[in-house]
Write a protein that binds this ligand. Structure first.
Ligand SMILES: [Zn+2]
Length: 163
């Protein structure tokens, strides 16, 4: 799925990219620019702004009003509303920094690009085809999995209550 995320939801854009979605982020864009770009590029607009949400609806643009006080709640809402899978498969991930696809690269190719300790400890590495950032499932990875596990629980809990 392709998204355009408003400036308030930058962190959510990074999560969506990690989950494999094309999520552009309208950092300095006006409401008019966001609406025009969502329409032109066929992107689902994600916003926490009720005014922008209503304008998008009345313009026939696909839009989701994203509420929630944590990333887990926001991700659960998107899972429920759009059926987004809350699991990372790095084969399909996009770079959280720049939204370009990441590809797995041979370990030898990233020697010197990652800390020596990480290079020794891990076997699989992925590199962004856009900005060149290298990723691996390091010590931070359990935090990512924990957030997604909580989001999956919230999504299940809410959907079982709804008709
Ligand atoms: Zn990148």
């Amino acid at each position: 799925m392709r998204f355009l995320v408003d400036a308030m939801l930058g962190k959510l854009a990074r999560w969506l990219r990690l989950l494999g979605h094309d999520a552009e982020y309208g950092r300095d864009a006006s409401d008019e620019e966001l609406l025009a770009r969502a329409a032109e590029e066929g992107r689902i607009l994600l916003t926490s702004d009720i005014g922008l949400f209503k304008r998008a609806l009345s313009s026939g643009i696909s839009v989701v009003l994203v509420k929630g006080s944590s990333e887990e709640e926001r991700l659960a809402l998107l899972a429920r509303r759009l059926g987004i899978r809350l699991e990372v498969d790095l084969e399909n991930s996009r770079c959280p920094k720049c939204n370009s696809p990441v590809v797995e690269v041979p370990k030898e190719a990233v020697r010197g690009l990652v800390p020596e300790g990480s290079w020794r400890r891990y076997e699989r590495f992925w590199r962004c085809t856009g900005c060149g950032q290298v990723y691996w499932q390091g010590s931070h990875w359990s935090n990512i999995e924990a957030v997604l596990a909580r989001a999956r629980e919230l999504a299940r809990a809410r959907s079982s209550k709804a008709p």
